[in-house]
Design a binder for this molecule. Structure first.
Ligand code: MLT
Length: 237
C-alpha cells in the first residue's frame, strides 16, 4: 500500500483518484462526524455551500434533519447545530440526518467524493481507521488534511502521520514528514492541538474541552464511510 499525504484539499491531484481517500479535520469536523455517527445519527451529508444546504434542508420532512454549520469556528445563525462534538448527543442526533457545512472539513470531503472508498479520520477514531486500512490492503491511499482556508494545519498533518505510522510505504515526501511530526507529538496530542493555529483560535473561543476531547486518541470505534456521493454513514469493523 502506498500512502500519499496532502496537507490541504487544494493540493489533491485532479487527474487521478486513489483506491481509498481518508479525509482528516481533527479540529473539528471529522471529530464531530465520528461523534455524531457514534451517537446514532442516521448519516451526514457534507456541503461546501451554505445556500445549497438550506435548499436541501427545505426538502426534508419537519424534524427529520438537522442543519449543522460552522464558519470561523463559530456556529451559523439559524442552524440547529454548530461544530462542537459535545452538541451531538444521542438525545439530539439519534435517527437524524445531519446536513453539515464547515469552513474547511466539508470542502475536503467534496474534493475526493468521487473516490470509490472515502472514510474520515480523527485522533478519536484512529484505531479503527488503521485497522480498516490494514484489513483492506488498498494499492493507493490518500490522506487529505482539511487545513485552514487553503493553508497547512499542524493537527491534520499530525493525524495523517498517525494514520500512516508504520502502515504502508510512503508515496510522497509529505507522508515521511507527517510521520516525523506525529513521532514528535504522539505522547502529547493535546499539546499539539494547543500549538496549532486553529487550536489557538478555538481556545480563544473558550473551546478547551473540545481540544481535550479531540486529542483523546482511539476513544471511538466508529468508521464514518461514504455510501453515496457526499453522504457518510457510521460503519463498524
Ligand atoms: C473546519 O471545517 O474548518 C473546522 O471543522 C472548523 C471548526 O473547528 O469548527
Amino acid at each position: 500500500m502506498k500512502i500519499f499525504v496532502y496537507h490541504t484539499p487544494e493540493l489533491v491531484p485532479t487527474q487521478s483518484l486513489p483506491d481509498c481517500a481518508v479525509v482528516i479535520d481533527v479540529l473539528r469536523a471529522t471529530s464531530t462526524i465520528a461523534t455524531a455517527l457514534h451517537n446514532g445519527a442516521a448519516g451526514i451529508r457534507a456541503f461546501a455551500d451554505l445556500e445549497e444546504l438550506q435548499q436541501t434542508a427545505a426538502s426534508f420532512a419537519l424534524g427529520t434533519c438537522l442543519k449543522a454549520g460552522e464558519r470561523g469556528g463559530k456556529g451559523v445563525p439559524g442552524f440547529e447545530m454548530g461544530n462542537s462534538p459535545f452538541e451531538y448527543t444521542p438525545e439530539r442526533v439519534t435517527g437524524k440526518r445531519i446536513l453539515m457545512s464547515t469552513t474547511n472539513g466539508t470542502r475536503a470531503l467534496q474534493a475526493v467524493q468521487k473516490t470509490t472508498v472515502v472514510i474520515t479520520a480523527a485522533f478519536i477514531n484512529l484505531g479503527v481507521v488503521r485497522n480498516f486500512l490494514k484489513q483492506e490492503e488498498f494499492q493507493t491511499v490518500w490522506l487529505v488534511g482539511s487545513g485552514w482556508e487553503g493553508s497547512y494545519s499542524l493537527e491534520d498533518t499530525g493525524c495523517a502521520g498517525a494514520v500512516a505510522w508504520e502502515l504502508g510505504e510512503p508515496g510522497n515526501d509529505e507522508t515521511v514528514a507527517a510521520c516525523a511530526l506525529y513521532g514528535q507529538w504522539q505522547g502529547d496530542l493535546l499539546g499539539l492541538l494547543k500549538q496549532a493555529s486553529h487550536g489557538q483560535r478555538l481556545l480563544g473561543l473558550g473551546c478547551l474541552e473540545d481540544l481535550k476531547y479531540c486529542a483523546d486518541a482511539g476513544r471511538l470505534n466508529v468508521l464514518p464511510r461514504q455510501n453515496d456521493e457526499g453522504y457518510l454513514v457510521g460503519t463498524y469493523l
